[in-house]
Write a protein that binds this ligand. Structure first.
Ligand code: SF4
Length: 374
């Protein structure tokens, strides 16, 4: 089975782990996609659901790894490929002077990404009528797996260690949305400033569009290399239903903000997360992606993962066929526009672990090379 197709299948169905403690800790709760475990398949490290309801009955199994950490993926007894688990990062063993374990401040995502949620609370998360239905930002906090506010000094300390001990190559800073018109831009900027003073590490910041576009230059000046402003859903009806609070920031405002941010951060350095499977048609996702690409924004389309404990825990994930019908033409559109995951300085689009999109991009590039050689 082609790698892109296998990754699509694993991300839609999830996997059953024969050895649930293989690899390092899985993500549970937190902002954005969760309930995954990192798995490396054919050189691509991807996040695969392991704690979701579909994963518990997935037809895909991952065997217990051998002494060298290698494992195999199978379906109905047929071996489909080799897999391995990234090892537990060494920085997870360290604690701050106040006694906070480093892994409560930032965690390893994918293979080499340091990720943190600077502020683990959100104005949208306070009431059931406003919360984004897919989000579990409060769960990891309630379970004591993280701290509410990571200070700039703590983030700098952990980032420095993660680079030195584990070869982390970029950092993702997301945040719950605080009160105030900057929508988190200020705390992201002060955090980036501290990290950059401690270590040379490319940073992506993620927040809702701030009310004042002047924040983009301030964020860039603070050391933020790329910016994510995440649409999640692309049509007003789906936005209103799935994320009633965040939908108060209109699609128009998002597009205005994208247009203002690209000249500051550069073509392809502004991105947006789009969750496929929440109700938007593939035509709507592709039409929005086309508009985004024309602005120089990288649309990172990711399969929705139903996280346990959220209002959408029983919502089905998209089928592999649905994802294929989006990701294949999207990869072609990105190549035609000269936007590449590999050119992004930092962030989710560069990491690519939550979607098969970068594998489709790689396949599209290989196909172009073969066609040119013929
Ligand atoms: S794509 Fe983003 S959310 Fe997913 S593992 Fe990579 S950095 Fe984390």
């Amino acid at each position: 089975m082609p790698t892109a197709q296998l990754i699509n299948e694993l991300q839609s169905y999830g996997v059953r782990l024969v050895d649930p403690i293989a690899g390092h800790e899985s993500r549970r709760g937190g902002a954005g996609p969760s309930d995954h475990k990192a798995l490396t398949i054919e050189g691509m490290t991807v996040m695969v659901p392991v704690h979701t309801a579909p994963a518990f009955s997935s037809p895909y199994f991952v065997e217990k790894p051998d002494a060298s950490g290698r494992s195999r993926v199978s379906r109905d007894g047929v071996i489909l490929g080799e897999a391995s688990f990234p090892l537990r990062p060494r920085f997870y063993e360290l604690v701050t002077a106040e006694g906070i374990p480093y892994w409560k401040i930032a965690v390893l995502h994918g293979r080499d990404v340091l990720a943190t949620t600077v502020l683990q609370t959100c104005i949208r998360y306070q009431s059931r009528t406003k919360t984004c239905q897919f989000c579990a930002i409060g769960q990891s906090l309630a379970a004591g797996r993280t701290v509410e506010r990571k200070t700039p000094a703590q983030l700098a300390e952990v980032a420095k260690a993660a680079v030195a001990l584990d070869g982390v190559t970029h950092m993702v800073m997301t945040t719950g949305t605080p009160r105030g018109r900057d929508r988190g831009a200020a705390i992201l900027a002060e955090s980036a400033l501290a990290v950059k003073a401690a270590v040379d590490l490319p940073i992506q910041a993620q927040c809702e569009p701030p009310d004042d576009d002047g924040w983009f230059a301030r964020m860039k000046h603070a050391g933020i290399d790329s910016l994510g402003m995440h649409l999640e859903a692309v049509t007003p009806q789906v936005r209103d239903r799935i994320m009633p609070g965040k939908a108060q920031v209109s699609l128009n405002r998002y597009f205005e903000a994208f247009a203002a941010a690209v000249p500051v951060f550069g073509q392809g350095q502004v991105s947006t997360y789009i969750l496929a499977g929440l109700g938007d048609s593939k035509e709507a996702i592709l039409a929005t992606s086309e508009k985004l690409i024309a602005l120089g924004v990288y649309p990172f389309v990711v399969p929705f993962v139903p996280i346990s404990g959220t209002p959408l825990e029983s919502h089905p994930p998209p089928t592999p066929a649905f994802m294929h019908e989006i990701l294949q033409p999207l990869a072609r559109m990105l190549r035609a526009a000269g936007l590449r995951a590999t050119d992004i300085k930092a962030g989710c689009g560069k990491c690519g672990a939550c979607s098969a999109l970068s594998t489709y991009e790689r396949d599209a590039a290989e196909r172009e090379t073969c066609e040119a050689a013929e």
